[in-house]
Design a protein around this ligand. Structure first.
Ligand code: PMP
Length: 392
């Protein structure tokens, strides 16, 4: 049987990074109680009011083939939101609706890279990035953002590989680190992108989870505005992970081609989901803050708790994650995470799932109730201390 190199090689031959998550889920399905601090999924479901809007839209007949670029209403709402929050003029024609940020990432690489072209991405990265790029036929090339630089990418590292590349994928606020790229990092990235005619693919799905400071999109920078495709989604901002609703915002010409791509791939997003998304966005910033509030609270509390135990927490100002450095234990992130799951039934993601730069780290998703999280972090910290003392 012949299968394409693209599909066989999607995960690069190694692990796809989700081993611990699958092991935790398998234990759970056997009835074992596991505290899951793995994936970025809220510990609340989609707001009933949004589901009511979805149901009303479906009952109202919005169940046929959808408008392929997205409904007029949703595209205009997304455009207005982006224009309002970034100050960059944005219309319906700058927006295509896609089934989730993940589909947007794939489409953006199809739009910018031909097979064999080099697509850069920053490491540490969201675990799907390399496979998403490989799936499009482009060559996925990581650029390391080092722990000692606070996980900010170094523009010189990008500059060194930019001449041979077609695109650069960045993600700020960042998953897995929770780090927000500084204005100077983003300005330098924009300058390098302009100098080497790179597309910037800016994954901004965590733009409502910033705990200090404000969000800056490279699309706001004059040098990058015409070469940026922004990936957005309602998954994190509105607790709508299962609705699979996102968008790409970018120059009209690129969006036109991306609309053409939807005809040949997804054939749109269900109309009743889009209507629910439009309603969700109409709830405004107050609702988004309500969804983000538990993560804001836990991010502060968990950082303080772990630091009190002497654990090196990666300084960060955003996201539903916290990253800790466990290199002093002498264990890899993977070995530590397996030990924590096997012995204590707590699942966290090893840094290795997110690339080379985050090895020897753990990503903790702040996605369980506060008291359960506190208990789990005490256990994690005790294991860290025991292992560190044994390694000393
Ligand atoms: N980008 C990042 C950085 C993510 O963490 C995720 C999901 N965890 C996605 C994109 C995809 O999000 P979705 O497809 O649910 O919009």
């Amino acid at each position: 049987m012949h299968l394409s190199e693209r599909i066989i090689g999607l995960t690069g031959g190694g692990s796809d990074g989700w081993d611990i998550y699958r092991k935790a889920r398998a234990l759970k399905s056997e009835g074992v109680a596991v505290v899951e601090l793995t994936i970025g999924e809220h510990d609340r479901r989609t707001e009933p009011e949004i589901l009511d809007a979805m149901y009303a839209a479906a009952r109202g007949g919005h169940t046929g083939y959808p408008a392929l670029p997205g409904t007029d209403g949703l595209r205009k709402t997304v455009a207005a939101r982006v224009a309002d929050r970034t100050g960059v003029p944005t219309t319906r024609d700058n927006v295509v609706i896609v089934p989730g940020g993940q589909a947007g990432l794939f489409a953006a690489h199809i739009a910018t890279c031909d097979p064999g072209d080099t697509a850069l991405f920053i490491d540490p990265y969201y675990a799907t990035y390399p496979g998403t790029i490989r799936g499009t036929g482009a060559v996925a090339a990581p650029v390391l953002a080092r722990a000692e630089n606070g996980f900010q990418p170094d523009p010189a590292d990008i500059e060194a590989v930019a001449p041979d590349a077609r695109s650069l994928l960045i993600n700020s606020p960042n998953n897995p680190t929770g780090v927000v790229y500084t204005q100077s990092t983003l300005t330098d990235i924009a300058r390098v992108a302009a100098a080497h005619d790179l597309w910037l693919i800016s994954d901004e799905v965590y733009d409502t989870q910033i705990w200090d400071g404000t969000h800056l999109s490279p699309r706001q920078l004059p040098e990058a505005a015409d070469r940026t495709l922004v990936i957005g989604s309602l998954s994190k901002s509105h607790a709508m992970t299962g609705s699979r609703l996102g968008w790409i915002v970018g120059p009209e010409e690129a969006i036109g081609h991306l609309i053409n791509l939807t005809t040949h791939t997804t054939y749109g997003v269900p109309g009743f989901i889009q209507d629910a998304g439009e309603f969700a966005l109409s709830l405004g910033i107050a609702f988004e803050e309500q969804i983000a509030a538990p993560f804001r609270r836990r991010h502060a509390a968990a950082s303080a708790q772990l630091r009190q135990h002497g654990l090196p927490v990666v300084p960060s100002t955003a996201s539903m994650y916290l990253m800790v450095d466990i290199r002093a234990t002498g264990l890899s992130g993977e070995a530590f995470a397996h030990r924590l799951l096997d012995d204590h039934r707590i699942a966290v993601m090893p840094g290795e799932s997110f690339g080379l730069a985050a090895k020897g780290h753990l990503r903790i998703a702040l996605t369980v109730a506060d008291d359960l999280l506190t208990q789990a972090l005490d256990t994690l910290a005790t294991l860290y201390t025991t292992l560190t003392e044994a390694a000393a």
